[in-house]
Design a protein around this ligand. Sequence first.
Ligand code: TIU
Length: 223
Amino acid sequence: GEPMITLPAEPFPFTFDPRHVALLCIDFQRDFMEAGGFGESLGNDVSRLRGTIEPTSRVLTAFRRHGWPVIHTREGHRPDLADLFPAKRDRGSPALRIGEEGPMGRLLVRGSAGHGIVPELAPVAGEVVLDKPGKGSFYATDLETILRARGITSLVVTGVTTEVCVQTTVREANDRGFESLVLADCTASYFPEFHRSALDMFSAQGGIVGWVGTSDALLAALV
Ligand code: TIU
């Protein structure tokens, strides 16, 4: 069989079995990354996230070349908003609330243009696309079932934003026994200091939540 793969990471090298790895692409949606979406409605500078697209695209290409599983998540709600807690709708005094009509359609509503994944990182046939109502990717989804059904034990994690949906997901994964390598350059926050702190929180205390690495280190280990 294929040998194990090891690459440099914090707090120590990350080793995974290529037969049991998946790439997680968390919420690379236009609503978070483009002007006129939900992220901007909260007062954020969405341009801060766009540097993730190029390195994540290279990692996606590598996973596709190897035929390894790719899972895309999207944060969003049913058109009738039946799965939207009032507290989530009302918090943050957004200029536009979830479900209201914006330049890219209804904010964070499944099926609207803004809810879609940015074209550069669009899913291809055979890849899982997972809709989730919360910040974590395990809450109220079948992600754990999908991973266990495929025997996946290791996750390479990319996505936005680092301290919100990425952090929640990686903590949820850790508690379920999955080992996560978070790629620092394939994740980003509207707040650079939160990005750095979240990454430090993953790898501190001997890797209490997971590992942190870079796309370059991963791609170098895959050749
Ligand atoms: N606001 C923010 O930083 N993030 C989110 O609301 N969702 C995700 O992180 N996907």
